[in-house]
Design a binder for this molecule. Structure first.
Ligand code: SF4
Length: 401
């Protein structure tokens, strides 16, 4: 696949530490590893420097995202060192977007002030729900008053770009409780809202509770009704749905507060994935780092002096794969269709993949149009409102068999 000419990179940095494990979570996150913080930050800095030394040129970077886990658990001095290493290693754009994912129960005004002064400019708060029963079921360490306080402190500390992460379709959650969550979130006036339906991940305690009848199963029809209600309520509140599960307000200058970092994924533009278990898309390769924080640290304590393979190989990689043109095209269509406004531009597919998409996908397009799952836009297609509810069906039509 041809990447877009001269597109700057994004950098994702995984912080795999949490205060406790939430019962629904299957992310690469661990409780009780506080003793590893310093060694882990040293390993991250080693990885950043390795990439800087071995990349064919100084990489231009326009977004940095610290995700987890609970990145807000690391002390600000860790971020001071990490941001210094990033500025040293890469050409950071003047308007670089630097996001911190934060658990509302781990913040205070002083910490938010320090992080803002270090250069962070986007805060993504894991609010999830309002009702204490929902938060308890999710095993969250915070309360809704913690969220109110965190947003107020963030504003006082000068954070102008705040996202609230929400979850709907929880076991036993009635529509009215989800509506209350969204309405309270709107009262906090965030620039951005992400709302995801809870999925029961295999092997999690919550999946076991449901299987044993201790918790009611997820009601998929109700979750779909919640999603439809959410699209209407957020449109009425002035938010633009720019991705299946993401909405943003416009600034007074008319700029959309979309997550520039996540847009990089959805547009299939390149990103480095640094830290334990992180995934990257670098120089035409999908990369995956070793998952365990202990193993990640160990690999960076004794890196080889000469890389056995060229860039983007690093000592913490466990997987490096160049997708075939068909795989890359399927992935591109799937990611791009998530963008509910932009959709897919045929001109870009032609340029990136050298194919005639309307001919290559003729059957799928006729079928999906017939079912009302996609709609035409000038020079391309996007999901229809119905297609957003059945997006996985649409994606499958473009994936290789
Ligand atoms: S805080 Fe987030 S990453 Fe950590 S266990 Fe809970 S859901 Fe998973």
């Amino acid at each position: 696949m041809q990447s877009k000419p001269d597109v700057p990179y994004s950098v994702y940095i995984h912080i795999p530490f949490c205060v406790q494990r939430c019962p629904y979570c299957d992310f690469n996150a661990y409780a009780g590893l506080d003793a590893l913080f310093d060694a882990y930050v040293r390993a991250l800095i080693a990885e950043i420097r390795w990439v800087a030394v071995h990349a064919p040129a100084r990489l231009r970077v326009h977004t940095v995202y610290f995700g987890g886990g609970t990145p807000s658990l690391l002390p600000p001095r860790a971020y001071e060192a990490l941001l210094l290493a990033l500025r040293d290693a890469f050409a950071l754009a003047e308007d670089v977007e630097i996001t911190l994912e934060a658990n509302p129960g781990t913040l205070d005004l002083a910490r938010l002030r320090t992080l803002r002064a270090l250069g962070f400019n986007r805060l993504s708060l894991g609010m999830q729900a309002v009702h204490p029963d929902d938060l308890r079921l999710l095993g969250r360490i915070h309360t809704f008053p913690d969220v109110i306080r965190a947003v107020a402190w963030a504003r006082r500390a000068g954070w102008a770009n705040v996202n609230l992460d929400l979850m709907y379709g929880l076991p036993g959650q009635p529509m009215s409780r989800w509506q209350a969550t969204l309405q309270w979130a709107l009262r906090l006036a965030p620039e951005h809202i992400s709302a995801y339906a809870l999925t029961l991940e295999h092997g999690t305690p919550m999946a076991a509770w449901v299987a044993r009848g201790l918790v009611p199963p997820i009601d998929d029809d109700l979750a779909a009704d919640m999603y439809e209600w959410t699209m209407d309520a957020l449109a009425e509140a002035g938010f633009v749905q720019y991705e299946i599960s993401n909405w943003a307000r416009r600034s007074t200058q008319g700029q959309l507060w979309a997550s520039r970092h996540n847009l990089q994924y959805w547009r299939s533009d390149p990103y480095l994935g640094l830290g334990a278990g992180a995934h990257g898309w670098v120089a035409g390769y999908r990369t995956v780092n070793v998952r365990s924080p202990h193993a990640y640290i160990a690999r960076w304590q004794q890196p080889p002096s000469e890389p056995p393979r060229p860039f983007p190989w690093t000592p913490s990689l466990v997987h490096m794969h160049r997708p075939s043109p068909t795989e890359a095209l399927g992935e591109y269509m799937m990611m791009r269709l998530r963008l509910t406004q932009e959709g897919v531009s045929w001109a870009e597919v032609r340029r990136r993949f050298g194919i005639e998409p309307e001919r290559a996908f003729a059957d799928a397009l006729t079928r999906l149009h017939g079912w009302g799952l996609i709609e035409p836009i000038p020079g391309g297609i996007r999901l229809s409102r119905r297609g957003r509810l059945l997006a996985n069906w649409v994606f499958e039509a473009f994936l290789p068999e």
